[in-house]
Design a protein around this ligand. Structure first.
Ligand code: FSO
Ligand code: SF4
Length: 540
């Protein structure tokens, strides 16, 4: 196996024996083959000039396949094998409809057993591209497309589709098979990936807010009540809505974990009395927090950490693109409805959650809420009460070096405001950092996809202050990344013209030295240093 798609890749270079995430060699290879299969479909769609409007389920299954391979989303070999078979069936049916020759092996290969899948996977993975720069660019595009697919799937679950995005995904994946494309062509395609990333995030924003209202300032309880409870993790709001509907009046409470926290900010979910609060912290702390939670856990997406005991594994359920061997997977019916009754029944037999924290945290600062406060914010900037904004969106992770972000938040001068989104926030959202004239010093816009909100806010500020360039604003970007959704957020920011982004805790292992050089020279991307040096640099 070879995988270097996330920040925790072994040695910063690549996982070659077993993933740091817990992915086995077989799972990694099967995921590679699934990606290869959707590349094959993509080539047929592009070369056959097929109308994406008429591809129906194929569009959804391509998206789902990409999502399955995101870090920590799906560890279930049986589910991945079934998905490969489904995709290859679709690929072959599609091929029969068009008569095109000269297709790539990805569009023509056959496999007839798990063994043949694993054998085939050995020759088509990341390292099959010899030139390290081409490999780096191809993979960066694929990772961006994976993140884009995740956001597109959530929007689709809410009935919102933008076929431009699906069309681009086919185009981009087919391009990664094309040996005639140069490094320059692929750099241009990387920026186009960012452009479509903006579209995907805008689509999801529209899907979420049109259905559930605009996020608003909300105090979220981080303690526990005395009822049996279910913990819901991941990012899918339709899954949460269905769980809340099915648990209301049952005496079972629902708590959010990690990236589901921002669901509390939406008006539509406030009517559920059993929506009890947020339990715990970022994804990687689940190892301890799932033990003390004591009730069932529902994963709607990543990030799953392989459970350490059978007891915890027996309480984990998955749905959507997520999966874990031995955990019950709940599928939607043809209308998108999911039956969570088994989880609710299990919750009633289990002890109530053990309290690990008490009090509350505040959030809900997506674009609409910040616009409502715009006068206050603008006045604070004009008077000098706010000197700088720090966008510290992105992800959290296990590495010790991420303590940087807590220390950074603590040491920032008191006349600065942190704008955050994604699970990166857990490094500082429980510190008492105070407020500036009533504006909290940590403004949480929501999930990682709500980084879109932060870009919208920046563009609004640019307009209010009458600036020509978004980079003239007093905003510093100090972003933490972990998996492929953060890659699409980064590419989206680059497409929007944001320069001098600091990326940490380490730069991606998938950047070859030459590709890294392009990012540095064209966009001013850099890593992080020490907290004291960085603050000095940023405040200068
Ligand atoms: Fe975090 Fe995981 Fe949201 Fe990611 S929970 S790391 S970037 O899935 O998607 O921020
Ligand atoms: Fe390694 Fe990350 Fe790939 Fe897992 S997803 S195998 S940790 S690079």
């Amino acid at each position: 196996m070879f995988c270097y798609q996330c920040q925790e890749t072994a040695g910063g270079k690549g996982c070659m024996v077993r993933g740091v995430c817990g992915k086995t060699e077989a799972t990694a290879k099967l995921q590679d083959l699934l990606i290869y299969s959707v590349k094959g479909i993509s080539e047929i769609v592009m070369k056959g000039k097929l109308d994406v409007n008429e591809l129906g389920d194929i569009n959804d299954e391509v998206i789902n396949s990409l999502f399955i391979t995101i870090t920590n989303a799906n560890f279930d070999d049986a589910a991945i094998i079934a998905q490969i078979q489904k995709v290859l069936g679709m690929r072959d049916a599609l091929k029969e409809k068009v008569s095109i020759g000269g297709l790539h092996d990805a569009a023509t290969f056959t496999v007839d057993s798990t063994e043949s899948m694993l054998t085939k996977a050995s020759s088509i993975g990341v390292l099959a591209t010899d030139n390290e720069d081409i490999r780096s660019l191809r993979e960066m595009i694929i990772y961006g497309v994976k993140g884009m697919a995740a956001y597109t799937e959530h929007a689709r679950n809410l009935g919102k589709v933008n076929l431009d995005i699906n069309t681009f995904i086919y185009q981009a994946l087919a391009a990664t098979l094309d040996d005639t494309l140069t490094a320059n062509d692929l750099v241009a395609l990387t920026l186009k990936t960012g452009e479509h990333g903006v579209k995907a995030m805008a689509l999801l924003d529209e899907a979420n807010t049109s259905k559930y209202g605009n996020p608003e300032i909300t105090q979220v309880n981080i303690g526990v009540r005395k009822n049996p409870a279910i913990l819901i993790s991941g990012h899918d709001l339709t899954d949460l809505e269905q769980l809340l509907e099915q648990t209301k009046d049952t005496g079972v409470d629902v708590y959010t974990h990690s990236e589901m926290l921002p669901a509390h900010y939406y008006p539509a979910f406030k009517k559920y009395n059993n929506f009890a609060g947020n339990y715990g912290n970022a994804w990687w702390k689940q190892i301890d927090e799932f033990v003390s939670f004591r009730g069932p856990i529902l994963f709607t997406t990543n990030c799953i950490v392989p459970p350490r005991s059978e007891e915890v594994r027996g309480r984990i359920f998955t749905t959507g693109s997520s999966g874990y061997p031995g955990c019950k997977h709940i599928v939607a019916d043809e209308n998108g409805k999911k039956d969570f009754s088994e989880i609710i029944a299990l919750a009633k037999t289990l002890p109530t959650p053990e309290e690990i924290e008490a009090g509350s945290i505040v959030g809900g600062f997506a674009h609409n809420q910040v616009f409502a406060l715009a006068d206050k914010v603008v006045d604070a900037v004009k008077s000098g009460a706010i000197k700088k904004f720090f966008v510290m969106a992105g992800c959290d992770g296990r590495m010790k070096s991420r303590e940087y972000y807590t220390e950074f938040a603590e040491k920032l001068p008191k006349d600065t405001v942190i704008l955050t989104a994604g699970c990166a926030k857990y490094r500082y959202n429980k510190l008492q950092l105070g407020d500036i004239g009533g504006i909290p010093r940590v403004l949480d816009a929501g999930q990682c996809n709500d980084s879109y909100s932060l870009a919208v806010i920046a563009m609004k500020l640019k307009e209010v202050f009458g600036l020509d360039d978004i980079n003239e604003l007093p905003i510093v970007y100090n972003i933490a990344w972990y998996e492929q959704k953060a890659v699409i957020v980064l590419l989206a920011l680059l497409y929007l013209g944001v320069k001098n982004i600091h990326l940490g805790p380490t730069l991606p292992g998938f950047l070859s030295p030459n590709v890294a050089k392009v990012l540095v020279e064209s966009f001013g991307i850099s890593g992080i240093g020490t907290v004291d040096e960085d603050i000095k640099l940023f405040m200068a």
